[in-house]
Design a protein around this ligand. Sequence first.
Ligand SMILES: Cc1cc2nc3c(=O)[nH]c(=O)nc-3n(C[C@H](O)[C@H](O)[C@H](O)COP(=O)(O)OP(=O)(O)OC[C@H]3O[C@@H](n4cnc5c(N)ncnc54)[C@H](O)[C@@H]3O)c2cc1C
Length: 406
Amino acid sequence: MPKKVIVIGAGPAGLMAAERICAQGHQVHVYDAKASACRKFLLAGVGGMNITHSEPYDAFIQRYYDKADWLDRAVREFNAEALQDWIHGLGIETFVGSSGRVFPKDMKAAPLLRNWLKRLREMGVVFHMRHKMLSIEAKCARFSHESQEIIAEADAFVLAMGGASWPKLGSDGSWQLALAKHKVVIEPLKSANCGFYSPWSDFLKEKFAGSPLKGVSFRCTTTEGLVVSKKGECILTQDGMEGSLIYAFSKHLRDQVEKQGKAQLVIDLLPQLDHSQLVKKLSQRKAKESFSKYIKRTLNLGGVKVALLHEVTRPEDLSAPEKIASSLKNVVVHFDQVKAIEEVISSAGGVCEESVTEHLMLKNMPGVFCAGEMLDWEAPTGGYLLTACFATGVLAAQGVEQYLQS
Ligand SMILES: Cc1cc2nc3c(=O)[nH]c(=O)nc-3n(C[C@H](O)[C@H](O)[C@H](O)COP(=O)(O)OP(=O)(O)OC[C@H]3O[C@@H](n4cnc5c(N)ncnc54)[C@H](O)[C@@H]3O)c2cc1C
């Protein structure tokens, strides 16, 4: 007998759950607070949507940090290959970029979403937009819709209401109140893949805010004492740093700020040269040559890199080749604050592993499942976020099927 299932949240996780549950023969209704589906997914497509990553699975799953074991069940089954096959099934080609990241061929989210929504409607999924969930009980949810309150009943629910970044796109984390009432354990939502604040000098702000810091390597020590390093680039902003390399360190830096009140990052401005190569190049300083001319001539270094070096280095540590080489490889930057969750790419925290079964059903609310970014995991950019959202949508749908059969 087909049953009625309500999916709340028309993002990638919710729509994937809806598709799978509908394919099982059930009647699926999708509710969302916004007027249209997948607003954040569409925004992700603006700068080139990175849907997943082509690296080997063992490396891939470790991108979910301490939640790798928990997500393994979902991501192993609906892995990068399965996700690409699914996209191809929607008539969208993909390609692997030089970094191993996987993109739709046109880099956009809109054509994929258009084809997907068409398919969902043809399958019989019914959409109820502008319905904001206020509360949920066993077998019924309460929504606000155009100043009215609506009660909707179902045999099972999938909640996929996202994290709390970019709340104007629909995911504002308001579901936390509704679930806390049922004693669901929720790790507070916090910024992930985010920039950090550092109080730069007026000189650095005025002259170099907005400058890209290219070809550098970042190093930091995690709160567990591990040293992590990575090459890449980021942007020096008016009040700190933004960009892909700093985002890749955001979990570690955020943990440091939470634990110690500030975070420390070490920048190697010239990772392509080792210490002795630098000393050798720096060994011939001309008489009366200024520091900026000397460093430009010997290392072809200038602009924001030299400004940052001066910003954090004592003059006596720039007095001899040995010392300059060490300083170039150890530019220590401190951050005192994490960018606000409203401005960042994704959020960490959410419904904890201990609150759900292995198929993501809330232990305190039988028949209510969770999927996507509202679960307590995080990952760097690189397609890992969307992969886990889709994969947990698939796993929750399997759980719904089992639950409805029992
Ligand atoms: C600028 C930007 C770029 C990104 N780029 C990438 C990328 O390239 N690759 C990648 O992997 N990830 C990227 N992401 C992250 C990715 O978009 C998200 O991780 C993903 O969309 C989360 O999916 P979700 O279905 O869990 O939640 P969401 O996409 O947030 O969807 C949740 C839905 O639930 C609805 N909702 C929330 N609360 C309620 C309520 N109370 N009642 C009813 N409906 C509700 C919302 O309106 C929304 O439609 C990017 C994010 C941003 C902001």
